[in-house]
Design a protein around this ligand. Structure first.
Ligand code: SAM
Ligand code: SF4
Length: 458
């Protein structure tokens, strides 16, 4: 069962709840861009008087922000939509809205499958929530707000943030790459860069509001500015963000390996605030598969890129995404990916079973790989990666690392969590002197595959 999103707002306790106030709750699936869209949708709800609640039963507005990158996400979401039907029976005034990539793809089909849904809001219509609710209140009928194409730039809307320390800042929307397996360009449209002054102003204000770290978001951040001559390129943007005094750290995602250039690496090397973590999705270690995926680079190109990054910034961490079971992936071609993983030695890999997305070129390719084979390959890949991640993390044992204190760990209130600039998650027993948002030095005592554990030094 998915959990409702948590926002950086006071949640009123039950005995203080005002029965005249309308409450909303949200569930978000998928990538950071979707999570940020939920922040913009939640901000609009708050602007018209809704308060946030974690309770489904209490909510008079439920928003499900959806993903359709893999079939498994869609199945889970349709399951969740089904579960909400009973709530609608017990509370006929409840409004249920579906937003995000699945809304953009399936449009009115969602009403046919689930008539208890009231509003469908596409990825290009996020800023229209208030108008959509007004239309629904007047008509009391289904409202479909799904444009096929985006406006050049959507207007700004009120936003409430999920955290207090780290914030997401979109720098561009859409994707022009059309990797043959991927549905994103179809549901998020073509690349549109946000104006540089708007980005800088938002980051400056986030710093004044107490945020320490920002993550610049885009499907391919390295093509920032390509659609306009006005704002320079991604490296120019990084330079400008590095100058914003109110914040301490800058992250960005996602970089397309084909488009990251020497100017970007050089800018990161010479920056004060840009984190030394490179997330470079390679997707496959086989040149045959990379070509079929339309990724636009070879494994040799990727090797050279990694060599350059490690030469310039030797302590930088490197993570990746890998898809197993792409159509035509034989045992031999999969073996090439395993060998590539062992050669590059990523700090972490996010691994996915290839999922057939109707309408994408790969869905029509011959030699689709059976699910059982995909699962077996995924397990082999994870086993190799887990060993490498552990070995890399063990090198931190008995060393000191610096983190920004983010708050209690999810599992244990008495443990605090922070991340290094290289994006390693660090946990330690709370000493009481730490302050959320401040830097803390931790001596690492235990290394695990995904986390480091240690003791506070100061
Ligand atoms: N734009 C980013 C990039 O190019 O790396 C990532 C966007 S995508 C939402 C995140 C990851 O999902 C991709 O890196 C890819 O590994 C995975 N993905 C996308 N389509 C997929 C599919 N059809 N099946 C399995 N994984 C997929
Ligand atoms: Fe999808 Fe490729 Fe665009 Fe990433 S770069 S969003 S994987 S099409």
């Amino acid at each position: 069962m998915s959990k409702p999103d948590q926002y950086n707002v006071e949640v009123t306790s039950n005995d203080m709840k005002d029965s005249n106030v309308k409450y909303f709750t949200t569930y978000t699936y998928g990538c950071q861009m979707n999570h940020h869209d939920s922040e913009r949708l939640a901000g609009q709800l708050k602007s018209i008087g809704y308060e946030y609640t974690e309770s489904l039963e209490e909510a008079s507005f439920i928003l499900i922000n959806t993903c359709c990158v893999r079939e498994s996400a869609e199945k889970k979401i349709y399951g969740k939509i089904g579960e909400l039907k009973n709530l609608k029976v017990s509370n006929p005034n409840l409004i249920i809205a579906i937003a995000g990539c699945m809304a953009q793809k399936d449009k009115e089909k969602i009403f046919k499958k689930a008539p208890h849904i009231d509003l469908i809001i596409g990825t290009h219509n996020v800023h229209q929530l208030v108008e959509v609710i007004k239309e629904f209140e007047e008509s009391k009928d289904h409202v479909l707000a799904v444009w096929d194409q985006a406006e050049r730039l959507a207007p700004d809307v009120p936003t409430i943030r999920r955290g207090k320390i780290s914030a997401w800042v979109p720098i561009m929307y859409g994707c022009n790459n059309f990797c043959t397996y991927c549905i994103v360009p179809y549901v998020r449209g073509r690349e549109r860069s946000r104006p540089l002054p708007d980005i800088i102003e938002e980051i400056h204000q986030l710093g004044l509001d107490g945020f320490k770290e920002i993550t610049l978001l885009g499907q391919n951040v390295n093509s920032y500015g390509n659609d306009t001559n006005e704002y320079g390129d991604f490296a120019d943007l990084l330079k400008a963000v590095d100058q914003v005094e109110t914040i301490e750290r800058v992250r960005y995602m996602t970089s397309h390996p084909r488009d990251i250039n020497d100017k970007v690496i050089d800018t990161i090397l010479n920056s004060k605030k840009i984190c030394d973590h490179f997330h470079l999705p390679v997707q496959s270690g086989s040149d045959t598969i990379l070509k079929m995926m339309n990724r636009g680079y070879t494994t040799d190109y990727y090797r050279e890129l990694v060599r350059k990054i490690r030469k310039a910034i030797p302590h930088a961490s490197l993570t990746t995404d890998i898809i197993v079971g792409f159509p035509g992936e034989t045992d031999e071609l999969f073996q090439e990916t395993l060998e590539f993983l062992k050669e590059i030695r990523f700090d972490a890999s996010y691994t996915f079973l290839y999922s057939k997305r109707s309408g994408t070129p790969a869905a029509a390719m011959a030699d689709q790989v059976p699910l059982a084979v995909k699962k077996e390959r995924l397990q082999k890949l994870m086993d190799v990666q887990n060993d490498i991640s552990l070995e890399i993390n063990q090198q931190f044992t008995d060393t000191a690392v610096t983190v920004i204190v983010e708050g209690p760990s999810q599992r244990d209130e008495n443990r605090l969590m922070g991340r290094t600039t290289t994006n390693k998650i660090v946990l330690w027993d709370k000493q009481g002197t730490e302050e959320v948002g401040q830097l803390a030095n931790i001596k690492i005592t235990t290394a695990q595959t995904w986390i480091l554990k240690g003791d506070l030094i100061d």
